[in-house]
Design a protein around this ligand. Structure first.
Ligand SMILES: *Cc1c(COP(=O)(O)O)cnc(C)c1O
Length: 392
């Protein structure tokens, strides 16, 4: 099924709701049964029947079908945040004594989940850099031991955009009986399909491109139907980090335009990067499809395209220069998150202390950009005038 058919039609039985183009928002907590037998049937199989909206809800079901199909997955679950999808999955797959290997700079709260929540449960985690020649394969193998049960990937990760060789890491995991998980938020299923490269579980923050309008916080988990059913019947229902029908409805609406939004964001980002790549105030560009990226070739092979999020490292020697730069923007807004309609900057200095001694720390000179849908000329000029302000 092609992308447009999934986005426009899949899961939507319009004759059930008077031919309405847009599916109803089933804003209900519970579902009524005609007789006791029907109720018995439903309660014995909550995976298939709507009983209570912590489990199944018809609006959420439409979204699950679309997301699974886009990823090439057998099934998908939707959560009330990306973090809920990640923590529910990790808690469901790991037990005391287990060990996991994770990319060195994952999404910030993943590090917290590993260092505090999992550790307190007796689960150890090692962090690995993936920027060597084989893009992570050796690093994941080297960091593993006989208790290693799970490899956690995020490719590209979303501040420094390091790229892991997904197919090679997935192959190495299979040889060792290790489960693989990837955070695919950056690429969306349109630009990268990790399950087809051999990964077991894909998670997303749907708060970013998938919902796409800066008005929803939600998460997604995709995998094979056996695993997803098992997680649904245990950790999903029990931890209860469930999405509301209204948020599911908003993501269905967001998906309608996902291909167009991605294309625009991606095109503008490349144009802006081309305009600034030789600027004397820029020390380094972090973007998987930029020729300076150490794993550019692998990125080109496994990603269909590259989205509208990148970082730059400024050539400055004091934090005041970063303040001058960031405060000078008139069109880009300063805010966390990304994937909406509006262009954003997020300076690492907002959360990073200036520590020159820790080689692994994210540099305070890095500023992340998300390119939205404003006129690209306007965005380019905004960035150029902010770079000029550094000298003042
Ligand atoms: C935002 C984000 C998350 C967390 O998702 P929430 O929906 O904010 O909980 C996870 N991974 C990546 C790459 C993100 O950008």
């Amino acid at each position: 099924m092609d992308t447009w058919e999934i986005i426009t039609h899949l899961g939507e039985n319009r004759e059930e709701y008077h031919g309405a183009m847009i599916p109803p928002m089933y804003q209900t907590s519970n579902f009524k049964f005609d007789d006791l037998s029907a109720m018995q049937t439903a309660l014995s199989d909550e995976y298939h029947y709507p009983v209570y909206s912590r489990g199944n809800n018809p609006t959420v079901k439409i979204l699950r079908e679309k997301l699974a199909a886009l990823e090439g997955a057998e099934d998908a679950l939707v959560f009330n945040s990306g973090c809920a999808a990640i923590s529910t999955l990790l808690l469901s797959q790991l037990k005391a004594g287990d060990h996991m290997v994770c990319i060195a700079k994952p999404y910030g709260w993943v590090k917290y989940i590993c260092d505090y929540i999992l550790k307190a449960k007796g689960i150890q985690c090692s962090f690995v850099e993936v920027l060597d020649n084989d893009a992570g394969v050796y690093a994941y193998i080297q960091a593993s031991n006989e208790n290693t049960r799970l490899w956690y990937l995020e490719s590209p990760n979303t501040f420094t955009f390091e790229v892991t060789d997904i197919a090679a890491v997935a192959l190495a995991s299979k040889e060792r009986g290790i489960i693989t998980v990837i955070d695919n938020s950056y690429s969306t299923p349109l630009y990268q399909k990790p399950l087809l490269l051999g990964i077991d579980f894909v998670i997303h923050s749907a708060s970013k491109y998938l919902a796409g309008h800066s008005d929803v916080v939600a998460g997604v988990l995709c995998g094979n139907s056996e695993s997803i059913k098992e997680i649904y019947q245990s950790y999903y229902l029990a931890l209860g980090a469930v999405i509301s029908p209204q948020d599911a409805w908003l993501i269905i609406r967001g998906l309608r335009t996902l291909p167009l939004r991605l294309e625009q964001s991606s095109k503008s980002a490349l144009e802006i990067l081309t305009a600034i790549e030789h600027h004397p105030r820029i020390e380094k560009i972090y973007y998987p499809f930029h020729h300076s990226h150490p794993n550019y070739e692998i990125a080109k092979l496994q990603m269909k395209s590259c989205s509208g999020l990148f970082s730059i490292k400024l050539k400055v020697d004091n934090t005041e220069a970063i303040h001058r730069f960031c405060d000078a923007f008139k069109v880009f807004s300063m805010a966390v998150s990304w994937g909406g309609f509006e262009s954003l900057i997020f300076p690492a200095l907002a959360f990073q202390v200036k520590d020159e001694t820790d080689q692994n720390a994210l540099s305070w000179k890095i500023v992340r950009f998300y390119v939205g849908f404003e006129e690209v000329e306007v965005l380019k000029n905004d960035l150029l005038q902010a770079l000029a302000v550094i000298n003042s």
